[in-house]
Structure formats: structure tokens, C-alpha cells
Design a protein around this ligand. Structure first.
Ligand SMILES: [Zn+2]
Length: 441
């Protein structure tokens, strides 16, 4: 008598760690119980995935859900609802909120709040600052903490650590991989007087130029080598850094953003104005081509959205008063699937970048692969589905996306989080089942 399952996903083409196979997946108690289920096995819920690909639940390891902060822009409930509508089973949320998450008290609040309000599973970054270095070793092993995040160049918030002395002290506190925003703050400040309020938005990439990013990364790599502390360089934006990092695989992993794989300058600034302004900036075709080469040759470990919403009103301010940061948590999967459909990467490579990659880089326990015993997180995608990204589909309260009007081939049609079907064909179902992601320490 075959075992009874809570859920069986039948007839889908599954992206397994060892290749794509058509197989049936059995789920019990929120975990994958079996790959390959007998035809007469029974289940409370059977999902027919005929014609669909079954991916491990996709992870966006770089989002800013702004909570606590301005609820008219984004919150954890709305941002994670956007995530599951967009096919994500987990997100890792940044600490530069208002107030920031830099101590045990705020971390405890966020752990409890996220567990009761998130539609997907969630990992939490802790901010590394000049004043919390003594606590970082304890904070980084807290429940649900994916990594310390250090802003070595200024962006939104007040978590700046620009000097080598404090960066090195942070690297010597604790042991887990640290995630960095890498831009050289001194060069940013030195170049600022060359630019003026009301300059065209494309000046953003001239101010925060290639050398600003590359210099920041060279400084971080020297310190990472000296201290032996592993680094994850977020949102790499230059051909120079991608080439350079190939010689630092002993200490460094890296992320590229979907934006840098999709949009190019100067067109993005001419068409979107402030809604194309982010840090590090979107650059020209040379860097776009380098980013795709680095996807192809394995240099890139993770792809994230850097979902960093601001109000429409603020984005309409003249440069550089328009804050940097774009929405993306709801659109990263469709846009990346469109790249798959266009032949720029394979579906297994996408799963490597958004499942195995985040799992490896951050030490995720029990997620990121379709294998017995792993969490029953799935993203079901229809690679033939054609659809246009509409702003009316966006559920983040700020209400805009830089990808509005983009025609997509390949769309997420269901999101399953530990056996809970939270999204099916644009419907968000049940109540928020999100838990904190577990990490090995
Ligand atoms: Zn970010």
C-alpha cells in the first residue's frame, strides 16, 4: 500500500540538481518525501504540472522591504505578497530600515514580526556599523540571520562603514560570510562637486563611475585576504570587477542584479529618468555584455533584485535628489525567465543562481534543491506563457516597476512554501505561512 502524501506534484519537468527529469514529487509535513511517486499513491492535494517546469522554490537573496519604515512604500506583508506573486519562495531582507536592524533588540522584534506576517520564508541581514562591532559575532548567528551587511559606500540609510580600519575590525568580528555594498565612499565624495542638481539622470553613472566600484572591491578583497574572512560582493556592476574577482574565489562570491542583466545606459536614463536610478548605477553595453559572460562562465554566484522601493513622488525629484533604488521583488522571476526563453541562460543555471547559489553563499539549511528531506518549496513555471508586465499587477504600495510594459515569455504560475500553496495563477491563498530561513553557522 503506497504511502499517503499531503501533496503530490504530478507530470512536471523537475529541475533536479543532476539535471532535468520528468518525475512526480511527494510532500509530507512540509518537506519533500519522495522523488518518484507510485501511480496509485494518494494525496490530500494533487497538482497537475503537465506542461510546466517544477523548480526548487526560487530565492531572492537581496531585497529591502523597508519595514519598519514608510508603509506607503513597502512593508513585510506587502513585499512578501509581491514575492510569492512573482514566484519567490524566500527572500533575504536588508537591515537599512527606519530604525535599522543593528542590535539584538531590533533583531528580536523583526524575527517575531516576520514570522507572523510574511507570505514567504525570510532571512534577515544584520547591519554592521562602526558602533556594533563587539556584538556582531553573536548577532550573525541569531535565528534567521543570513549575513552581516556592510555598506562600504553610501546609499539609502545611515549604515556607512567607509574606512579600512573599521572594515577590518568588522571582518575580525565573527566568522560567517559578510555581504558588501562595494563603492569607494572617498571617491564618491571627491567627485560630487563635479555634478549639479538638475543634471540629466545619466550623470548618475558618471558620478558613481567604474573606478568607484572597482576601487571599493579592490580594497575589500585586500582586507578579506588579510583577515581570511569570506566576502559576498553584492550587485557587481563593472566588467573590471568581474574579471578581477576570478582571482579571489578563495575568499569571494558575488551577485549580479537582474537590472544589470536587462537594462543599459544611456537608454535607461533617457526613458525612465529617476525610475532608472539605482546604486551601483546601470551602465553601458560593455558592462551588460560582461555581466552575461560572467553568468555564462560561472563567475556569478547569485542573481538578486535589490528591490529597494521609494515613493513615486520622490523618484520624480530632480537628480540627484531622486533617491536611488528600484522595485523588483515581484518581477525578478518573470524577467529572468524571459532571459531563459531568449536563450541567454538555461533553466538549470537560473536555478543555480536563485537556489543553489544563495544556499551555498549564505549556508542555507534545507532549501535550494529538489531532494528528499529538503523543504517542499517549489516555483512552478510555464515557459510558454506570454504576458506583459503591467503596473496594475504590482502589489507593493509604491505601485511602480521599471519593467512596466515589458513583454515576457515564461511566467511563474504557482508558488509553494513548505507544502503551502501560497500562489496559484495570480491568486494569493490562505494566510501568511512564512518562517525564518535556517542557516548553518
Ligand atoms: Zn541593496
Amino acid at each position: 500500500m503506497p504511502a499517503h502524501h499531503d501533496m503530490i506534484i504530478r507530470n512536471g519537468i523537475c529541475v533536479l540538481p543532476w539535471g532535468m527529469e520528468q518525475t512526480d514529487i511527494g510532500v509530507r509535513h512540509g518537506r519533500i518525501a519522495a522523488l518518484g511517486v507510485p501511480h496509485n499513491a494518494t494525496a490530500d492535494e494533487t497538482i497537475d504540472a503537465t506542461g510546466l517546469h517544477v523548480l526548487p522554490g526560487l530565492i531572492d537573496s537581496h531585497v529591502h522591504l523597508r519595514d519598519p519604515g514608510d508603509v506607503s512604500v513597502e512593508t513585510i506583508p506587502t513585499g512578501t505578497k509581491a514575492a510569492v506573486l512573482g514566484g519567490l519562495a524566500a527572500v533575504f531582507d536588508m537591515p537599512n530600515t527606519s530604525p535599522s536592524i543593528t542590535d539584538a533588540q531590533h533583531l528580536a522584534w523583526k524575527q517575531d514580526y516576520a514570522e507572523h506576517n510574511a507570505w514567504c520564508d525570510i532571512g534577515l541581514y544584520i547591519g554592521g556599523t562602526k558602533t556594533n562591532i563587539a556584538e556582531l559575532a553573536a548577532l550573525e548567528t541569531g535565528r534567521g540571520v543570513c549575513a552581516i551587511k556592510v555598506f562600504a559606500g553610501s546609499s539609502t540609510g545611515d549604515l556607512l562603514v567607509e574606512d579600512d580600519e573599521h572594515l577590518e575590525r568588522i571582518m575580525r568580528a565573527g566568522h560567517r560570510r559578510i555581504a558588501y555594498h562595494s563603492e569607494d565612499e572617498y571617491r564618491l565624495q571627491a567627485r560630487r562637486p563635479m555634478f549639479h542638481r538638475g543634471d540629466p539622470h545619466r550623470r548618475h553613472m558618471e558620478w558613481r563611475d567604474e573606478e568607484t566600484a572597482f576601487l571599493g572591491t579592490r580594497r575589500l578583497m585586500a582586507l578579506a585576504r588579510a583577515t581570511g574572512r569570506p566576502a559576498h560582493i553584492l550587485h557587481i556592476s563593472t566588467a573590471e570587477e568581474l574579471e578581477y574577482l576570478k582571482d579571489f574565489r578563495d575568499v569571494a562570491t558575488c551577485e549580479v542584479l537582474v537590472n544589470h542583466l536587462t537594462q543599459v545606459a544611456p537608454e535607461v536614463y533617457d526613458t525612465l529618468g529617476g525610475f532608472g536610478v539605482m546604486n551601483p548605477p546601470i551602465r553601458d553595453h560593455r558592462h551588460y555584455d560582461a555581466a552575461w559572460r560572467a553568468i555564462g562562465d560561472g563567475t556569478v554566484d547569485t542573481v538578486g533584485s535589490d528591490h529597494a522601493p521609494h515613493s513615486r513622488e520622490k523618484k520624480l525629484l530632480p537628480w540627484p535628489d531622486c533617491p536611488a533604488g528600484l522595485t523588483g521583488v515581484q518581477t525578478i522571476v518573470p524577467v529572468m525567465l524571459n532571459h531563459v526563453a531568449a536563450g541567454r541562460l538555461s533553466l538549470p543555471r537560473l536555478v543555480d543562481l536563485m537556489c543553489a547559489g544563495p544556499a551555498r553563499v549564505y549556508g542555507v539549511v534545507g532549501k535550494g534543491r529538489l531532494a528528499a528531506g529538503y523543504d517542499a518549496d517549489f516555483t512552478l513555471v510555464d515557459m510558454k506563457r506570454r504576458r506583459r508586465i503591467e503596473e496594475s499587477w504590482i502589489v507593493s504600495p509604491c505601485g511602480w516597476t521599471p519593467f512596466a510594459g515589458m513583454d515576457i515569455t515564461g511566467w511563474p504560475v504557482a508558488t509553494i512554501v513548505r507544502g503551502h500553496t501560497v500562489m496559484r495563477e495570480d491568486d494569493v491563498l490562505g494566510s501568511p505561512p512564512g518562517q525564518l530561513v535556517r542557516y548553518g553557522n
